[in-house]
Design a protein around this ligand. Sequence first.
Ligand SMILES: Nc1ncnc2c1ncn2[C@@H]1O[C@H](COP(=O)(O)OP(=O)(O)OP(=O)(O)O)[C@@H](O)[C@H]1O
Length: 604
Amino acid sequence: MWSRSVSTAYLAQAAELAGNPGQLAAYNSQGHCVVLAGPGSGKTKTLVLKLARILAEDVQAPRGAACITYSHECARELNRRLEVLGLRETPNLFIGTVHGFCLRHLLMPYGRLADLPIQFPLSVASQRVRNRLIRQSGDRLFGPNHPYKEIDLGRHRRSVLNRNSVDWRSEEELAAWAEAYEAALRQEGLIDYDDMVIFGHRLIAEHDWVLPLVQAKFPVLAIDEYQDLGVALHCIVKRLVFEGGVRLFAVGDADQSIYGFTGADGSLLMELAAREDIEPVRLQMNYRSCAGIVSASEMALGEIRGYRANDPTRQATIEFVPRPGGLSDQAAHAVAQIIPAALASKPGRTLGDIAILYKDYRAGDVMTEAVAAGGFDYIRVDNSAPYRKVALTSWVEDCASWCAGGWRIGRPQLRGLIDRYLAFYRANLDDAQARREGQELTALLWRLRNDQQPARDFVASLRDGIVDRLLAAELVLADQKEQLDRMTEALAEGGVLAKLDITSLGGRDGSPDHLNLLTLHSAKGCEYDVVIMVGLDLGNLPWLNESPEKLRESRRLFYVGLTRARDEVHMLYSGYVEGRYGPMYRGRSPFLNELEQRMRAAGF
Ligand SMILES: Nc1ncnc2c1ncn2[C@@H]1O[C@H](COP(=O)(O)OP(=O)(O)OP(=O)(O)O)[C@@H](O)[C@H]1O
């Protein structure tokens, strides 16, 4: 798991911590440690370095560590940063989402022994099946066009862990809907993503014998983006750490908590950090953004946190840009003016250094049309993207990147691609089988090295050669297979990605040649030279008449967007939003009004 050959990268990065007492304290911590810090302060950097250090100094193989985060995008970023330090996912080093951890390291090994009321071997519902069962169970209970929302169903299932409690029944319709939906899932022998965490929690909460088994394998738990992880993981963590003897290193920022609608709660992080048996560390330095952007983002948040820019001499560009013609006008302006000017203003800057951030996929559609018409290559991450980023589609993209020329420079590393492939096998492969699979994959990728081929041919060869066999053997990957099928359809003749070549497929997870189009939520954890935020109008961000709690979350979402930028932030608005019955003129976002006022008052 720990490769000495690249430890120079580790040493070089660890040396950078020397100038920052907070990072150093976290890096030198001996017991449980929680790092609370703002955007761009090096939380993730500190976490990966500390994990590498613990694995080198304190943990003897075959024991290892679990490194957990919330979203697939963040997990991928962790994987990438750990790979640079020579750490890759192996059976005793888990790097992934909370769902993946619960599935692979709690439910699969111990669920059957605990007699959990789910069918083994586990089979995970695909998105299509999940959607069908949710709709059918809701329609059966309440009739078609009922007012209850799927998003609330998910929140209720995730946030009320005790089904016998008053809280569970306090939202009677949601409880009934959840029970009917879960019964329908079980009838088809399936579980869904929420079940992984719900049953993972049940296993840990109700079965003492599981604790030493998990501790023996993973004596260390590293958690990134803790504020997004929700109450079930919080309970799992507390039990493993304070009753099971697992060592904790967690990082997070309650100001960046933007998943309240899923049941996440930033206060859980603060509760953890306030414990006497945890060493809390606060970081103040922002290494990402210019001083102007650091100050503006604090003003947008409306809280003074005392964050400082690492280099106070760097000049920020912060622009409020009115575009009277609505979202399409904002998109056209970004394409015709902002992007060309941003590319011209700094030597070496590429499209990959620029991101357009928006609230939802509808705005994504408008941006995509304008960007494509402008002739820019782009990567889009939202619900309307041709396929969802899951571990398997990301792995295929990385294989494409390797075959399209990455093999020359070891980026990504072949060994990492093989390890990730083997990790898809949920049934245990013995050493000989794993070696054979690895050899076959190596031979196949070696044969597919060719940066001129259409992406469609590459994916077809990869599927025929090795991936479809995996998918036939592992039903638990049904959801991932559905996304790979969607990728295949999009690449086929007549599909939306029919023209994509292997290089562009390999670049779909961030490449210098692709402009980034993503929702504000998906931008979490990312950084760009230039951030263009569109749709900053009342009625969109925030919605009209949001509750105080929702309004706070919308403000945090705005804050997350602003803080992705290194050098430039462009905030576009029109003063109206398109409603069902035509435009609604409510003015621009109040967040912009406040920010501009505060900036003026501060002499910007
Ligand atoms: N001590 C340091 N010296 C130099 N650069 C650093 C240092 N710490 C972090 N950085 C750089 O600062 C940037 C932000 O770091 P990182 O992504 O780890 O921050 P973060 O706190 O996780 O951010 P966010 O919460 O916004 O996702 C990265 O480019 C990282 O390499």
